[in-house]
Structure formats: structure tokens, C-alpha cells
Design a protein around this ligand. Structure first.
Ligand code: ATP
Length: 460
């Protein structure tokens, strides 16, 4: 099957997963709205993450911080100073580029297996581009402006006057809310190091080159864990979370062949990081970062201690040792991983007479767990009874229109794992036929056993 972004985007739009944002007004570049199926699907992705990273983890607790924070936070975190992209324009056709992306695209074109140009100085980008004769992809000329730094944070005003006193930023990551609340969480939960704090929430970045559908957008959701441990134990925990994260994806059915780790080399590593690995996914447009996992040392807590004057250290109650914990950060984009699951699930299957499009989602992620399909309008009442029982527990579809074959295909295309048909026998034996999305096999099951059946299938 050839999986193209065009096919995925079209399916998402036509079936109500993702619509272009502000569409009736001509849209807003690179903004997307999740439709009725998309919101269920993305919620399921977030719920799955929360289940594994908070509910089932003996170490972690959750948090939900404000998007607007005291601007001092962004001074401390470095976002107001360093969080910027190296921009350059083509002097001929005025197209704007990120210098790092120009270099990376060039490296990939030249056949580099892993192309990363991250954290170079402006001069390094500029001279690489000149030395290799990298031309403007649009007009083919080699005539770029100098590099300017562009801060990625969205700025707005709090209160009624629009002066610099009232300037405030939309958070560019959820992590800082966790660091700022480290003491409060530790005190109230009485957690002992090692422990982690997890958060899901919106982040905003004024990306210069958004694109590839919901891969890179300006308003996105992050699922971040900051895991605090002791110096010297950090690399072991780094390994633990690397493993935990990739298993999370695999347990939800993501294919091995489409996943890889990419360790950051010495030159790429942030100055404060002890180790960093990205989990990458093979999208139709190439390998892309899915999950950034970094050993951030004690950098963040120390910065906040310095800027806020608050002691951020932890007192070990058994040894009486006092220290600022090290931190491992696995950071995942909800929209980005949702896209990966969409791509991974997409399949076209040749049947005897035609082809069917199937979204082979893990049942835990599927927008609908089952669809109730009465074979005849006369069976609606019985079918509604089944629907009433199941919809107390799960998100269930109900469809009476069209031939049963057509209804199956509709459910295949939106990834519903089970179709439940109510037929005339049902009135006699109180049983229904269950059709499996992937094998198309049909089995007979008593209505009383349906809840348990679905519960077992959505387990992961
Ligand atoms: P990139 O190099 O792709 O810009 P990054 O290294 O800046 O990404 P991080 O700051 O490490 O990304 O963010 C952690 C995670 O948040 C990423 O792995 C990704 O899943 C997600 N993410 C970051 N930026 C975006 C975005 N603009 N749109 C969607 N998801 C994003």
C-alpha cells in the first residue's frame, strides 16, 4: 500500500477526523480542527498516555498548569534569550527559510542517513550554505540575506494597557510549569525521589516553517514527564524511560519497522544535557522526531532557584542528604503522535471484487469501539437496547442506513474494531453477530457478554 499524506489528509477531512481550521473564511494557515472522530481519537491517545505514565506508574503524579505564566519563568528557562530560529530570506524571490532546515534538507538530498544541523552558530549555517552552494529551493538562486534570530514565543498583553509592562507569553512548552511547581508537588504528595510529574496541555510556538499536516503546527498539545532522580542514577533512569516510551508505542500497535531511536551526538547535545535520544517515526515524508527524551541534569531546577530565589533542593528523609535532583524529560506531541498512529493504521486491502480502506487502530485508540447495525428497520428497538447498554461504557456508533456491506466499509474506514449486527434471530436467542474489522470473521455472541468482550479487547 502506498501511504501518502494526501490520502491521510483526505480521509481525515472526509470522515471527520481533522478539518482545516477556519475553513469557511478561507482558513488560517496550518491550523487544524479535530472533528467528531478526531476528538475521540486524540482523547484516546491522551488517555492511553495518562494511563501508562500516571495511573499505572508507581512513580508519577499528574499536574495541570496555567498556559500564561509570570514572564520571569521564560527568562529563567532561557526561552526569552535563546528560543529562536535562524531565519534567512532569499533576496531574489523573498521566500523565508530556516537556515538549519535548509542545511538538513540539503544533507538528506545528498544521501545522509541522519541529517541534523542543530544549535550551530549563525556563521556556521551561513558558511555551510555558501560552501555547498545551497540554492533557494523556490527560485534556484544563491543569494540569501544574513541570518536573523526570530523568537518563537507568542506574545500578548495581560490587562487593559498594551505596554511592555503587561507583556505576557503563551507557553512554548508545558515543562516549565512542572519545574515551577516541583516543591509544591513534592510537599503535598510526600513523594520521595525518584518520582515524576506528568502534564498534558497546549503549547504555542510561532513556527517559521509549519507543515506536514498536524506534524508541525503553531498551537499543539504536549504530553510531558519530568522525572526527578539522584545524580549518578540519571543515566540508568534515562535508559528506563527510553524503553518505557518505545514500549508504549509498540503496545498500541505501532510497527517496529517504522520506529527508531536517534541518539544525539556530542556536537548536537544541548550544553546542559547528559544524554538525549529522539524516538523517530517513518512518516510518508521521511523520518521525523516523535518523542524527545533528554537527561536535563539539574539545569532547570537550578535556573529557577537562581531566578526566583526559592530553594529547589530536596531533602532525602532517610540519609538527610540535601541536593537538587537531576531530571529526565520524555516529551511527546499529542498531535504528532496522533498523526503517527493515523499513518501506521492506514491500510488498503485488496478483496475479491474491490479494495477496502481500513484504519487498523488498536481498539483502545479507535474513536468508536463498536457499531450497532440493525439488519432491518424493524429491529431498531432491539438494536437501541444494545446501544443503550454499550454506550454506558464505551463510545459506540449506531447506523441503520444502507446495505450491511456498505455499513461495514464505512466502519472499516474509520477504524471501528467491531460491528455488531442485530438480526431477526436476536429476538429469539438474545445474541448478535460480531464482525472483526481486521479478519472480517463473524462470530455469534450473547448480548450479555458484549461488555466483557469489548473490555478485554481494549486492554493494553
Ligand atoms: P523540532 O526540532 O521538530 O522543532 P523540537 O526539538 O523543538 O522539535 P521539542 O522542543 O523537543 O521539539 O518538543 C518536544 C515534542 O513536542 C516533539 O518531539 C514533538 O513531538 C512536539 N512538538 C514540538 N513542536 C511541535 C509543533 N510545532 N507541532 C507539533 N508538535 C510539536
Amino acid at each position: 500500500v502506498e501511504k501518502t499524506m494526501d490520502k491521510i489528509v483526505a480521509l481525515c477531512k472526509n470522515r471527520g477526523f481533522v478539518f482545516p481550521g477556519s475553513d469557511i473564511y478561507g482558513g488560517l494557515a496550518n491550523s487544524w480542527d479535530y472533528g467528531p472522530l478526531g476528538v475521540e481519537f486524540k482523547n484516546n491517545v491522551k488517555k492511553a498516555w495518562w494511563k501508562k505514565f500516571v495511573q499505572e506508574s508507581p512513580y508519577n503524579v499528574g499536574l495541570d498548569c496555567a498556559i500564561l505564566m509570570n514572564p520571569q519563568v521564560w527568562h529563567a528557562s532561557g526561552h526569552l534569550g535563546g528560543f529562536s530560529d535562524p531565519l534567512m530570506d532569499c533576496k531574489e524571490c523573498k521566500t523565508r527559510y530556516r537556515a538549519d532546515k535548509l542545511v538538513e534538507d540539503y544533507m538528506t538530498e545528498q544521501g545522509a542517513e541522519v541529517a541534523v544541523a542543530d544549535g550551530w552558530s549563525d556563521e556556521e549555517y551561513k558558511s555551510y550554505i555558501e560552501e555547498h552552494g545551497i540554492v533557494c529551493p523556490k527560485c534556484g538562486k544563491l543569494n540569501f540575506t544574513d541570518i536573523r534570530k526570530f523568537n518563537l514565543m507568542f506574545k500578548t498583553f495581560q490587562g487593559i494597557t498594551e505596554d511592555s509592562q503587561n507583556e505576557i507569553y503563551l507557553r512554548p512548552e508545558t515543562a516549565q510549569g512542572i519545574f515551577v511547581n516541583f516543591k509544591a508537588v513534592q510537599r503535598t504528595t510526600r513523594k520521595k525521589v525518584p518520582f515524576g510529574i506528568a502534564q498534558i496541555g497546549k503549547s504555542f510556538r510561532n513556527e517559521i516553517t509549519p507543515g506536514n499536516f498536524i506534524f508541525r503546527i503553531r498551537e499543539f498539545e504536549q504530553m510531558e514527564l519530568e522525572f526527578f532522580c539522584k545524580l549518578g542514577e540519571d543515566l540508568e533512569w534515562f535508559g528506563y524511560w527510553k524503553n518505557y516510551c518505545i514500549n508504549f508505542l509498540k503496545n498500541l500497535g505501532m510497527k517496529d519497522d517504522n520506529l527508531r531511536y536517534r541518539d544525539h551526538g556530542e556536537e548536537e547535545l544541548s550544553f546542559y544535557s547528559n544524554a538525549t535520544t529522539d524516538i523517530e517515526y517513518l512518516f510518508p515524508f521521511g523520518w521525523g522526531e516523535l518523542w524527545g527524551i533528554a537527561d536535563r541534569t539539574d539545569y532547570d531546577l537550578k535556573k529557577h532557584a537562581e531566578h526566583s530565589g526559592t530553594d529547589m533542593s530536596y531533602l532525602d528523609p532517610t540519609t538527610n542528604e540535601k541536593y537538587v535532583p537531576y531530571c529526565i524529560e520524555p516529551s511527546l506531541g499529542a498531535d504528532r503522535v496522533a498523526l503517527a498512529f493515523l499513518v501506521d493504521a492506514y491500510d488498503e486491502e485488496e478483496l475479491e471484487k474491490d479494495t477496502r480502506t481500513v484504519m487498523r487502530f488498536h481498539p483502545a485508540l479507535a474513536p468508536f469501539k463498536a457499531a450497532v447495525l440493525p439488519l432491518s428497520k424493524k429491529l431498531s428497538e432491539k438494536a437501541e437496547e444494545v446501544y443503550a447498554v454499550l454506550s454506558k461504557k464505551f463510545n459506540i456508533d449506531f447506523d441503520v442506513t444502507g446495505s450491511i456491506g456498505k455499513r461495514y466499509r464505512r466502519q472499516d474506514e474509520i477504524g471501528t474494531p467491531y460491528c455488531i449486527t442485530v438480526d431477526f434471530d436476536t429476538l429469539e436467542d438474545n445474541a448478535v453477530t460480531i464482525r472483526d474489522r481486521d479478519t472480517m470473521e463473524q462470530t455469534r455472541l450473547s448480548i450479555d457478554e458484549l461488555v466483557k468482550f469489548i473490555e478485554e479487547k481494549i486492554e493494553f
